[in-house]
Design a protein around this ligand. Structure first.
Ligand SMILES: [Zn+2]
Length: 409
């Protein structure tokens, strides 16, 4: 048993054990269905010292990230979120052609393209070659590397530092959080600003979002734990926004500890107090999560068994990582879901890892007219229910599994 990813204390307390699961981004081709498929324990622990919730690393980061099936630009709502952020932060910081914006985990350039359009110099750092290539194709300069102290030093040697250093939904996927945050400390200009978005552990627990846990996500942060980790690297969290994205995220604003021009905001003080008041500094707060997850599995299976007994046909919508955690943990295969659909053509004709549910283009739903559509990326359920609203013409209904199994006529 390895120690805590941040503070190295021994990990002795289970947060939730989701059993054995394949890597959630390893979509299979038809030929691969007949081969052995690796499954790894998906067991999350909480550290008794720093309360970082974490899943142990079983696969090398190179194996996880050289090819990545998630293209950020396939979600309209995520693009809109990125554009709004680019507008607001450009105004807040007064970014100009003399500034530089660096994004870590820049994916296919979905965010940096908006800064580029304003004439602000940008640089992406993205370890997955295929999505980085898509970014470069859009004219977004991108370094294809894992980020850490070494990459930061290499960039600094070329005279590159950031006025704005940002990362969205990347921190959880960092195998060595100390190296990553240490690299940020180096790459940030003296008066610069870091913003980082990550799913908020408080919301994960309160809203039962256990399916956002997967092998590619090593850690899950409260505001308080994030504050502790950044402080250890000479960085101070001085402001925070609570966002609706990914079921409830934080966008933290971080400065050099030495940079006293940015005072602690009331939002940051209040959130810290709220976490304290709801027990995020005590182990007991984490201990009840597992039973809540077990009960969700029972309720979802109850619904699906009932529907199948009535002869109903059920299709999935989406093939996100979180869907794979949910389906594998609950043991839902083609015995319940005939197929799933996704807008990302990269996934068409492939199969979900572990459950081997086929992935089709969205038009398949119109052709086959299922009674129920199970929405796997529940964080964008409104967008999906609008896109696929035509299922109502034959009496089809939507099912959303999280936070609780809910049917939408
Ligand atoms: Zn720890």
């Amino acid at each position: 048993m390895a120690g805590c990813l941040f503070c190295a204390a021994p990990l002795r307390h289970t947060f939730v054990d989701l059993g054995m699961s394949p890597l959630c981004e390893s979509y299979l081709t038809a030929e691969q269905l007949n081969q052995m498929e690796p499954f790894y324990p998906l067991h999350a622990y909480v550290c008794e010292q720093c309360f970082l919730v974490q899943v142990q690393e079983y696969v090398s980061p190179e194996g996880l990230f050289t090819e990545y099936a998630y293209f950020s630009s396939y979600s309209d709502s995520w693009l809109a979120h990125a554009r709004a952020y680019a507008e607001t932060i450009t105004a807040r910081l007064g970014l100009t052609a003399a500034s530089r914006v660096i994004e870590l985990g820049s994916n296919d350039g979905y965010l940096l393209q908006y800064f580029l359009a304003k004439g602000i110099p940008v640089l992406g750092v993205e370890p997955a070659k295929n999505v980085a290539a898509a970014a470069i194709g859009k004219g977004v300069p991108t370094v294809t590397k894992l980020f850490g102290r070494q990459t930061a030093q290499e960039l600094m040697a070329e005279g590159v530092q950031a006025d704005l250093l940002c990362a969205a939904n990347v921190l959880a996927q960092v195998p060595d959080v100390n190296d990553f945050v240490g690299g940020m400390k180096l790459l940030l200009k003296p008066g610069g600003l870091i913003t980082i978005e990550f799913p908020h552990l408080m919301r994960l627990i309160e809203e039962n979002q256990f399916d956002t846990m997967y092998h590619e996500h090593f850690s899950y942060f409260s505001f308080t734990t994030a504050e502790r980790i950044f402080a250890a690297h000479g960085l101070t969290l001085f402001d925070v926004e609570e966002l609706p994205t990914h079921g409830g995220s934080l966008r933290i604003y971080v400065r050099h500890a030495e940079d006293s021009f940015k005072p602690m905001s009331d939002r940051a003080k209040n959130l810290r107090l709220r976490e304290e008041a709801t027990g995020f500094n005590r182990l007991e707060r984490y201990a009840s999560f597992a039973e809540q997850v077990h009960e969700t599995k029972r309720r979802l299976l109850e619904f699906l068994i009932g529907a199948k007994r009535k002869g109903k046909r059920i299709a999935g919508y989406g093939a996100p990582g979180k869907g794979n955690t949910l389906l594998n943990y609950c043991g839902i295969r083609t015995d319940f879901l005939d197929y799933t659909v996704d807008r990302n053509p990269y996934k068409h004709g492939k199969f979900l890892p572990g459950t081997h549910i086929p992935i089709h283009p969205p038009e398949k739903i119109r052709e086959t007219r299922p009674d129920y559509v199970l929405i796997l990326p529940w964080n964008i359920k409104d967008e999906i229910m609008e896109q696929v609203s035509y299922i109502r013409s034959w009496g089809g209904q939507f099912v959303v599994p999280i936070p609780d199994v809910t049917v939408y006529p």
